[in-house]
Design a protein around this ligand. Structure first.
Ligand code: DC
Length: 227
């Protein structure tokens, strides 16, 4: 079974998708982390993120892999590696966030990523989060959710996350970055961020992660009863 979770930047997809996967005992795939990993490597190699040929060539040369395990309190710990190097912290840096939408616009990058995403997900039960999962990667996903929250709330959550890591935050700048990333992601030519027609929208602005999980599992249970 494939559960697709799409939505704009900082809408809580990772928190929800990970917890849902742990609860259902499913695999989990963070496709945003894959685009972030490539972006991190692009910056490391001092490649211009607007230079499509060089970005694509770099992607051909590197190996992005992932691992997941069950951590404390049955939480799911997902890790991403570039050429064997663990990059979980690095890919969440503000610099990577500022450049990731540029790198993920390129068609050849998307095609290569989607191929890997389909391969990883083949045959098993998995929760996959991203921007184009319900529309392009898995148009036949068993369940599609589109997670949203107001801009204020998304920026507040992202600020908290960065502050907890000791990264200084300017709230207004953060808000502008989120708006810009959503704008690029939803207006790009290939696989833009878009709600799949049949996706169920969940506005998490006033909901705790537990409440969102409860809502999603309830919907899954009810739909499965109908089938
Ligand atoms: O979910 P995230 O914020 O970690 O994603 C980072 C970026 O990666 C996002 O701004 C656009 C890109 N992305 C994408 O183009 N397609 C996906 N399926 C997932 C992410």
């Amino acid at each position: 079974m494939i559960i697709a979770i799409d939505g704009p930047a900082a809408s809580g997809k990772s928190t929800i998708a990970k917890r849902l996967a742990a609860k259902l005992n499913f695999n989990y795939l963070d496709t945003g982390a894959m685009y972030r990993a490539l972006t991190w490597k692009v910056l490391q190699e001092k490649i211009n993120p607007y230079d499509e040929d060089r970005v694509v060539n770099l992607l051909k040369k590197i190996k992005i892999s992932q691992n997941q395990e069950i951590g404390e309190n049955k939480s799911l710990v997902f890790s991403l590696y570039v050429d064997g190097e663990k990059v979980d912290e690095e890919i969440r840096s503000p610099l990577v966030s500022q450049n990731v939408s540029l790198v993920s616009k390129f068609l050849k990058v998307r095609r290569a990523m989607v191929k890997v995403q389909r391969k990883i997900s083949k045959g098993g039960n998995i929760v996959v989060e991203g921007r184009d999962i319900g529309t392009v990667v898995f148009p036949h996903a068993d369940f599609k959710f589109f997670l949203t929250a107001t801009l204020e709330e998304r920026a507040r959550r992202r600020a908290k996350e960065l502050q907890e890591k000791g990264i200084p935050v300017d709230f207004e700048t953060l808000k502008k970055e989120i708006v810009l990333r959503d704008k690029i992601d939803s207006s790009r030519e290939h696989s833009p961020l878009k709600k799949a027609k049949e996706a169920i929208v969940i506005d998490s602005t006033n909901l705790t992660p537990d409440a969102v999980i409860e809502k999603i599992t309830q919907i899954i249970k009810e739909r499965r009863k109908e089938i």
